[in-house]
Design a protein around this ligand. Structure first.
Ligand code: SF4
Length: 318
């Protein structure tokens, strides 16, 4: 197993990561692009497509989420989709260039019946020759083992923010419970996709602490989604102050403390101008969610994305 600290350009301490954040903006981006090119092919982007397989009614109270049953949001609830519908959506995503199909369900933890359906979905996606990813909430060891046996490639389980800020965002679960599910996934040999959300009122030190938490997982997550808060009416964070876009870009750049992880622009991308997305790619983001809808919020349109890739000479990986 590689020594994770040895691959980071700075020591994995909070002060050192914060010092990286504090570099002059151009120095930080220059360093980020250099580190990125040591580990990835330049100008390549991986695209994933995300489908919500069950929406709303979730028992957790994540303060940013339209799917929580605790808040009155505009979301229309939707029960678990049929396997055939999901596999057809995966085929369409594959035809559009996606190499990975991600399925998200709004559960605190899936039941045995839920698991049987999700396992069939994973097998259906794998039979197409695509990578599969699911996000289902917390899991026990037996459920992780079922997902592994189905051939699951990635499990998404975000840590959302820093340990210290976590209870400002969600109180129905604890930070360590997130880490416990991630540990089960890692032990089973399933790749971990874990990141967070920026713009929830957290400080720069919180953002540094969140990335540090991810960087000290062993192994580091293979995929790190960085979301920009989408302010959903009815949620506690509906009126959170805007995050300076350059702070968002800085956070992506500091992602070089996980130098081998794909950094994915996720929720909130539709609110980024093309210029901001170009800066994010320069800072080392090399993966996006592609498709017109991202779980329950709008996403940048596929046509617009393709045009942007052409303008920036980005090649789709895969
Ligand atoms: S983020 Fe996930 S766990 Fe939290 S309320 Fe939304 S669906 Fe539930």
């Amino acid at each position: 197993m590689p020594n994770i600290a040895a691959t980071s350009p700075v020591p994995l301490t909070l002060d050192a990561v914060e010092a990286l954040f504090n570099l002059p903006f151009s120095d930080l981006l220059f360093q980020a692009q250099q580190v990125h090119r040591r580990h990835f092919t330049a100008n390549q982007i991986q695209i994933s497509t995300l489908l919500n397989i069950k929406s709303g009614g979730c028992a957790e109270n994540c303060g940013y989420c339209s799917q929580s049953a605790h808040y009155d949001t505009p979301l229309v609830r939707q029960g678990l989709l049929a396997v055939e519908e999901v596999v057809n959506a995966a085929k369409a995503a594959q035809a559009g260039g996606a190499t990975r199909f991600c399925m998200g369900a709004a559960w605190r933890q899936p039941t045995a019946n839920d698991m049987a359906v999700v396992v069939a979905m994973i097998k259906g996606v794998k039979a197409l020759g695509m990578e599969s990813c699911v996000t289902l909430g917390r899991l026990d060891a037996a459920q992780v083992s079922d997902l592994k046996a189905a051939g699951l490639d990635y499990y998404n389980h975000n840590i959302d923010t820093s340990r210290d800020y976590y209870d400002k965002v969600v109180t129905t679960r604890h930070f360590d419970e997130r880490l416990a599910t991630i540990a089960l996934i890692q032990e089973a040999g399933i790749h971990v996709c874990s990141g967070g959300i920026l713009g929830m009122g957290e400080s720069r030190r919180d953002r540094a602490a969140m990335l540090l938490e991810l960087a000290t997982l062993d192994p580091q997550p293979q995929s790190v989604p960085i979301n920009l808060l989408v302010k959903v009416p009815g949620t506690p964070l509906a009126n959170a102050p805007d995050l300076d876009i350059f702070e968002f870009i800085r956070t992506i750049a500091v992602g070089i403390i996980l130098p081998r992880s794909y950094v994915r622009l996720s929720a909130g991308r539709e609110s980024l101008h093309d210029e901001a997305q170009a800066l994010a790619f320069l800072a080392g983001a090399n993966s996006i969610f592609y498709g017109d809808k991202l779980l329950t919020t709008a996403n940048a349109s596929s046509d617009h994305d393709r045009a942007l890739f052409r303008r920036l000479d980005l090649q789709i990986e895969g």
